[in-house]
Design a protein around this ligand. Structure first.
Ligand code: ATP
Length: 509
């Protein structure tokens, strides 16, 4: 069923100009996608909402826009040249390649599924008297599976921590994990695979330099730490935010825009006094989940998950997972990165990257708490959560994209009831008046019902209909996407009515 939903999302995204496969006329390029006319509007609105919440709403956070190419030493310092690897394993029969950690995590997820089934059974048996917490603590089947999960997690963490790849393979064999395609357990050894794309800068013949396409935007922030701190006279704690493209040669790139080889990140590095990082880690966990909840996608669709495979730089890390059509998956990472990055850049560049703390009267390398969210994943979360097929009272159906109104690509569609009697002219005048404030569209083709459906499908929160009465008393009807109810209002009120519903302020309330 969830596969079905993902398929529906993909085809809806294509049919209505949100997301196209890249270079489609050449049969596409694997794991790359293009955003269409509505998709790029939605994407821009997500970016703006993030930027508003992070940069505009925090006096001590500023934003930058660093280049994608960086000095190659950056990636040596950050650890990406040596440690930005995924452990991968091939199935000899299907010839399919997998990430070993993903195979193991999927196996754990299956065990979790068993636990949830057990809980659901308990719920059915005891009804309203069911005490889930107690049940989870005492039911022998649940407990057995919890122990199983803990054992697997521990073994896996130990072997990866020691870079013991044969032990990772042994664990896959011990768990009898089979290839989902061939069904066989005929695996190759586990190998490490670096995920960075490289290219050459300068003329290839003489003295070409291998450089990388950045695999994360964070390093552009670290190398500019002092530039920003000094020119912006920033005082700790303070943050630097950035939105931009990142590139990773993902082994398994599938599930639409969830895992792409070229994607966009919205990252913020928050520089704090050493020793205070735990507090700030908690602060950002809370602040970021509030941001997500403000969008109204349903609090039950989010959960925190501490990752098994902690990145090489982190002393605490959690993921915000979202309930995608494929199940709960990582949407955002919140990492306490210690002073790893700045110290590493000090070593590799020979430059001091320190902050003079006037209160302490000494200099130190700040610690960093990072929030890092994939813009494309956020896009998928919103799109898949908003796509609804509704049965209407009159027996018909409609497809509606119930996007948060503030993020909708088009905020209002202005329509003349008919193409004559001066109605188009009147409608166009309203369009011209509103277009500076909101992203508007003008539509006069087909019956009103068809036009409404078209706007429903791209998530337009309002449709304004200009009819004969408009010519008499300067009123129009305004139809609400979600309730499908129309109200008659004065043209002069439109801007306020629409503005109230589509502003970021309305989300942040
Ligand atoms: P995953 O475990 O899913 O590969 P990650 O832990 O490597 O993700 P981070 O390095 O923490 O991801 O990157 C921060 C965010 O960037 C992720 O939470 C995700 O939203 C996004 N992201 C990472 N890789 C991709 C990708 N290949 N395609 C789209 N978004 C991505």
């Amino acid at each position: 069923m969830s596969d079905d939903l993902l398929k529906k999302v993909i085809s809806h995204a294509k049919e209505y100009g949100f997301v196209f496969p890249s270079s489609e006329i050449y049969d596409g390029l694997s794991a790359t996608y293009d955003y269409g006319q509505n998709g790029s509007e939605l994407k821009n609105n997500i970016k703006n909402y993030w930027w508003t919440a992070m940069v505009k709403m925090h006096e001590n956070i500023v934003g930058i826009d660093a280049s994608i190419f960086m000095h190659p030493a950056t990636w040596k310092a950050s650890g990406h040249v040596d440690a930005f690897n995924d452990p991968l394993i091939d199935n000899k029969d299907s010839k399919k390649r997998y990430r070993a950690d993903v195979l193991i995590e999927d196996h754990i997820e299956k065990i979790r599924g068993k636990i949830n089934k057990e809980v659901a059974k308990g719920f059915k048996r005891f009804g309203d008297d069911f005490d889930e917490v107690e049940f989870r603590k005492t039911n022998p089947n649940v407990l057995r599976n919890v122990v199983k999960i803990e054992e697997i997690e521990q073994k896996f963490k130990d072997s990866l921590g020691k870079d013991d790849l044969p032990a990772v393979k042994a664990l896959i064999e011990e768990l009898e994990i089979a290839c989902p395609i061939s069904g066989s357990k005929n695996w190759t050894e586990v190998r490490q695979f670096n995920l960075m794309f490289s290219t050459e800068m300068g003329s290839v013949a003489e003295g070409a330099n291998t450089i990388y396409l950045r695999p994360e935007t964070a390093q552009g922030i670290f190398v500019n730490f002092l530039n920003v701190q000094k020119t912006g006279r920033m005082k700790i704690p303070f943050g630097i935010a950035q939105i931009g493209k990142a590139f990773r040669n993902e082994i398994i790139a599938r599930q639409f825009i969830f895992r792409m080889r070229e994607f966009e990140q919205m990252e913020m590095q928050f520089f704090v006094k050493p020793g205070t990082q735990k507090e700030w880690f908690e602060y950002w966990k809370k602040t970021r989940i509030e941001w997500h909840n403000s969008l109204g996608l349903g609090e039950e669709n989010y959960r925190f998950h501490d990752h098994l495979k902690m990145a090489h730089y982190a002393d605490a890390a959690t993921d915000i997972e979202f309930n995608f059509p494929m199940g709960f998956k990582e949407l955002e990472g919140i990492h306490s990165r210690t002073d790893f990055d700045l110290k590493a850049h000090e070593e590799h560049s020979g430059k001091k990257l320190q902050y003079f703390d006037p209160q302490e009267n000494k200099s130190y390398v700040p610690f960093v708490v990072e929030t890092s969210i994939g813009l494309d994943r956020m896009f998928l979360a919103i799109l898949s959560n908003s796509l609804k097929e509704e049965k209407l009272e009159n027996g018909t159906e409609r497809t509606v994209l119930a996007l948060p109104a503030a993020l909708a690509p088009i905020k209002v569609a202005i329509m003349p009831l008919t193409k004559k009697d001066g109605l188009p002219e009147k409608a166009k005048a309203i369009f011209d008046d509103l277009k500076l404030d909101f992203n508007c569209t003008y539509d006069e083709k087909d019956s009103p019902g068809k036009r409404y459906r078209r706007q429903d499908a791209i998530g337009t929160p309002f449709c304004v209909m200009v009819d004969h009465q408009t010519l008499e008393d300067n009123t129009v009807t305004i139809r609400d996407r979600d309730t499908m109810k129309s109200d008659r209002v004065a043209i002069s009120e439109l801007s306020a009515i629409i503005g109230e519903k589509v502003s970021f302020k309305s989300l942040m309330k």
